[in-house]
Design a protein around this ligand. Structure first.
Ligand SMILES: NCc1[nH]cc(CCC(=O)O)c1CC(=O)O
Length: 316
């Protein structure tokens, strides 16, 4: 590569940390890399995400990419809208971090140890509905802001606990604060949680190849494709009460040879009786090459169960 590759990132500690890991991998190929910080409306406003609009964090970066102010974007994959962006390709999906959600509670408590009435902070309808559906009598308090701000609410005693993505905490060196990593049986992560999406301009073929060869992980791409296809087929976005987790598992084919397949679990929150929250759940297995179809199949099953009437807005 005979030019400097400019990677755009949001200014948050998490965004910068994940951009630096990607930058290091690209530098290892011998290419020269520069990191450019782009401020997005989502960083400036403190309103709840559903009010600012989906994709607030990504649009500003994508506009800068198309204006050629930057050449590469590193996104938290789960924050991307499901609709494709014109002129932009997903050049690489690097190996995923642990996709699970994590609890950070006072006094080292786990979810089951929090007494009824405990205040748990989260701004995500998906986390809110799954927490409420556990029937623990928790009081969900809407919060947002970066990871440090959310954690401080527990240290300050304003909240008993917060729920955050384990991957984000790991990337900024804070896994030590986790008091429980939540089992996906209790809390299915957001589609693509823990994964990164590395984009470039569609016409920038040299950069696309460099990113694909130095960063892409086939297994992560397949898993995330299945999860996001489920989300898209439910016509839901990144702030929907939808959880999904795909895992690559070993299975035997009809001749007894070991093959890799994709196992997908999904959940969607709908309004139950008397304003209660019902979590619909379903699972399915498919061949490795059928990720996209697997997501659609599972979405169809959830729709059959009643997922057409997803809880809307922050499910408080
Ligand atoms: N919506 C904010 C956001 N986007 C990505 C992550 C964490 C890292 C990841 O999931 O890749 C977070 C914070 C969180 O949910 O705790």
């Amino acid at each position: 590569m005979d030019r400097v590759i400019r990677i755009g990132t949001r200014g948050s500690k998490l965004a910068v940390a994940q951009t630096e890991t990607v930058a290091d991998k690209i530098r290892a190929t011998g290419a020269e890399v520069e990191i450019v910080t782009v401020t997005t409306p989502g960083d400036v406003s403190s309103k709840p995400i559903p009010q600012i609009g989906v994709g607030v964090f990504t649009s500003a970066l994508r506009e800068a990419l198309l204006r050629k102010e930057i050449d590469v974007i590193v996104h938290s994959y789960k924050d991307l809208p499901t609709a494709p962006a014109a002129g932009i390709v997903l050049a690489a999906v690097p190996p995923r971090e642990d996709p699970r959600d994590a609890l950070i509670a006072r006094d080292g408590l786990t979810l089951g140890e929090l007494p009824p009435g405990s205040k748990v902070g989260t701004g995500a309808p998906r986390r809110t509905s799954q927490l409420l559906a556990l029937g623990l009598g928790l009081e969900i308090v809407p919060i947002r802001g970066n990871i440090d701000t959310r954690m401080r609410k527990v240290t300050d005693g304003e909240l008993d606990a917060v729920v955050l993505a384990r991957a984000g905490l790991a990337r900024i060196g804070l896994v030590g604060a986790i008091t429980e990593t939540l089992d996906p049986i209790q809390m299915l992560p957001a589609p693509a949680q823990g994964a990164l999406a590395v984009e470039c301009r569609a016409e920038d073929v040299d950069v696309e190849h460099l990113l694909a060869s130095s960063l892409d992980d086939e297994g992560t791409r397949a898993a995330v494709t299945a999860e996001r296809s489920l989300l898209a087929a439910l016509e839901a976005g990144c702030s929907a009460p939808v959880g999904a987790l795909a895992e690559i598992v070993e299975d035997l084919d009809s001749e007894g040879a070991v093959v890799e397949r994709i196992s997908l679990r999904g959940t969607a929150a709908v309004e139950g009786e008397n304003g209660a929250v019902d979590m619909l759940r379903a699972s399915a297995l498919a061949d490795f090459a059928e990720a996209e179809q697997l997501g659609r199949t599972l979405a169809a099953e959830l729709l059959d169960l009643g997922a057409g009437a997803l809880l809307s807005g922050p499910a408080q």
